[in-house]
Structures are given as structure tokens and as C-alpha cells.
Design a protein around this ligand. Structure first.
Ligand SMILES: [Mg+2]
Length: 173
């Protein structure tokens, strides 16, 4: 794998809500490890909204085992997870893979059937690629008023462009 490949998602969606629950079975993904902030909820919301909670329920009902992995603190993750009761890792230190691998072990997840779902290339996508699993990228839910996040989006842009070039697309799915 070339260095650049570590920063390019396998697939890019505009939102988790654009991913049909069948997508996972069709692509042999049985273990889905989800980022929380800006993937399933904005930083301001303590829990996922109704639409995204329903989406998680539908994905789970389709036979996918779900877990949460967040670089945010344990309190945020605990509160967020009260509605779900999944396995979690907080302060995960993504892109470092130690906690991702620990979670996979707890889930008895095989790399070939596992994907990370997140909104950031330098944490979520890189973490997945370093662990040798698939990376599903979604557009960040809200970066308004977050200059540091906006800056990261600026540095992500070339990899998004490369993704579109490779997949012959112009927009996320
Ligand atoms: Mg995030």
C-alpha cells in the first residue's frame, strides 16, 4: 500500500443516513465500529437524533454488530451510549490502533468483515487503514464555529479529490 492509500476511504457518503442498512450485508461487513462526534451527532448534542438512532437500530437488526470508538472522553461516550448499550472505547487516540484493536478483539471481529465509520480522514480513515480494515467516510455533520475542524477539512481536501478521481465520482454517495 502506498502512503497516500492510508488516507483514502473505501467509500464516502454524504451522511450515515445515505447508507442503506443492506449495504453492510452486501459488502460483507458484520462489524461496524462507529465514530460519534460529527458522524452520529454534533458536538452539541448529548445523544443521536431520532433518525440516526433508528438508522443504528435498523443496521443492528440487519445483523451487524456495532460498537462506538471516540477520541472524546468517557463521560461523553457513556452518555451517548445510554440509548444503545454497545461496546465502546473512549479517548481512543485515533489514528493509533491500540483501542480499535482491543474493541475488535472484544467483538471477536475479523478484519475482513470489519469497517470503521467516521467523518475524519486523519483520525478515522487512517486508524482503519493502519489496522488493515475498511474505512467508510461520511461528511462531518457540523463544522460551523470550529476553526480547527475547518482547517482539518482543508487538509483533507486533496485526499477527497483523490478518492473522487479513483472512483470516478464528483460527490459523496
Ligand atoms: Mg468525528
Amino acid at each position: 500500500m502506498k502512503l497516500k492509500d492510508y488516507f483514502i476511504p473505501d467509500i464516502y457518503f454524504a451522511s450515515v443516513l445515505r447508507i442503506k442498512p443492506e449495504y453492510f450485508a452486501e459488502n460483507n461487513i458484520k462489524f461496524l465500529i462507529c465514530d460519534i462526534d460529527n458522524t452520529l451527532a454534533t458536538y452539541e448534542s448529548r445523544v443521536a437524533d431520532k433518525e440516526r438512532r433508528d438508522w443504528l437500530d435498523r443496521v443492528e437488526s440487519s445483523g451487524v454488530r456495532i460498537a462506538f470508538i471516540s477520541n472524546n472522553g468517557p463521560r461523553r461516550v457513556y452518555t451517548f451510549n445510554t440509548m444503545h448499550g454497545y461496546l465502546t472505547e473512549s479517548r481512543a487516540g485515533k489514528p493509533f490502533t491500540r483501542k480499535l484493536k482491543r474493541l475488535m478483539k472484544q467483538m471477536e471481529a475479523v478484519p475482513e468483515q470489519t469497517a470503521v465509520l467516521g467523518d475524519q480522514i486523519f483520525t478515522d480513515v487512517l486508524c482503519a487503514k493502519l489496522a488493515g480494515i475498511r474505512a467508510i467516510l461520511v461528511r462531518s455533520m457540523d463544522v460551523t464555529g470550529k476553526p480547527f475542524l475547518k482547517m482539518k477539512k482543508f487538509f483533507e481536501r486533496r485526499f477527497i479529490e483523490e478518492y473522487h478521481k479513483r472512483t470516478n465520482t464528483n460527490w459523496p454517495e
